[in-house]
Design a protein around this ligand. Sequence first.
Ligand code: TRP
Length: 327
Amino acid sequence: MAQGRIVSGYRPTGRLHLGHLHGNLARMIELQNEVECFFFVADWHALTTDYQDPSMLRTYTDEMVLDWLAAGLDPEKAVIYLQSDLREVAEFQLYLSMITPLGWLERVPSFKEQLEQLQGRELSTQGFLGYPVLQTADIAIVLGERVPVGEDQLPHLELAREIVRRFNYLYGETLKEPEAVLSKYPRIPGTDGRKMSKSYNNYISLSDSPDEIRKKIMLMITDPARRTRKDAGDPEKSSVYQLHKIYSGDRLEEIAENCRTAGWGCVDCKKLLSERVIEALEPFRERRQNLETQPRLARDILAGGHAKVEPIAAGVLEEVRIKMSID
Ligand code: TRP
């Protein structure tokens, strides 16, 4: 097996969408065949923003595991577990919080952005500010070296490296500096042209029905220069074309040409994309439906994963405690 442990986590926020799949999950599925992989459901991270109503956490956690499996993650290859089962992470993040300057946390761009975007929630909390410290603990508790993530996570990874460096500087070489692994498509546009995201409500779920997929794609943003059927466009400015790059590689030149020359209308282009996406997601939908008939499956997989990761985490935490004289 190749060197350098892989670790990544997803917040359980509902069904996975194309942004997850192409922005990151596809890469995780490849990596599980090559390297030792640790993938977990980040339920504590979900609490940092959704603590006022956590009633859906367990449901979303199970759904995330089933979506992962249906997409191709394999518990025989990757260790799949629940963050909150791994109590070592909580103790570890306490130690890391001691050495993390406030200024580093306040500087993280997503901290300020989320504060603005998630208005109406009280997010001046220690837990929310400490989000990246917890994320660093997730990674370093298994000495993770490579972290497949979407582009939006790069500042968190940068901070994780700084915290690890500071730990190693203060107490001696112990933890590994993690680096991000980006997929071929680190930024998937949603139906409105912004990054595909649950919070923007601009996503196509992996489990959407063919009709839902058609409806959503019909509403997608294309190049605004194409106001009428006769106006030519620039494919690069169209979100539809960005998805064609993933789903219609064999006809990409033809699609681009018909956009540039107004040979096709945007509706033609969208119809083709809909059929491609529907066809590509068909096997996922089928597997997902099969998995749903096994109500205990998600819990069993998380328990099995926990049994594998726990001894590793306990070993790293022991080392950390010794280094910080808490032994
Ligand atoms: N912050 C990540 C996200 O929102 C989730 C996450 C939590 C994570 N811990 C992690 C990702 C550790 C990679 C490694 O998507």
